[in-house]
Design a protein around this ligand. Structure first.
Ligand SMILES: [Zn+2]
Length: 129
């Protein structure tokens, strides 16, 4: 299953990042998936949750951002979204264009929880007066 191995490599990347920052916890990871990448976002989320459950990274959330296929017209330079595999430029009618996005499969961000962000109990009002 394709998505399972992708989910696994995302987790590997998260672990590698966490290892570089001792003491912090990764709360969330965001990935960008293009519609040409062949990855099913739902299947990816499902695989991800299955791998995280019961692991050292739990509870880690995944956010999948899907990217539509976009082409840039070679004639007029217009950027357009491809619907129903129609590659004709909506501005000038040219059929010459190249794909500029839609095949992404990348990690875009990690949401880190810093341990010192939580206030220590009992120190709140000391020195006030
Ligand atoms: Zn055009």
């Amino acid at each position: 299953m394709h998505e399972l191995s992708i989910a696994n490599s995302i987790l590997e990347a998260v672990r590698a990042e966490a290892a570089r920052r001792p003491g912090v916890r990764v709360a969330k990871v965001g990935v960008r998936v293009g519609e040409l990448s062949g990855v099913e976002p739902d299947a990816l989320s499902f695989s991800f949750e299955a791998l995280v459950r019961g692991s050292d990274l739990e509870p880690l959330a995944l956010e999948v951002e899907t990217c539509p296929r976009r082409q840039r017209c070679c004639e007029c330079g217009c950027l357009f979204r491809v619907v129903d595999f129609n590659l004709v430029c909506p501005d000038c009618g040219s059929t010459e264009s190249r794909c500029v996005s839609g095949d992404e499969l990348e990690m875009v961000y990690l949401e880190i929880e810093e341990p010192q962000a939580a206030p220590a109990p009992g120190t709140g009002l000391r020195g006030a007066a």
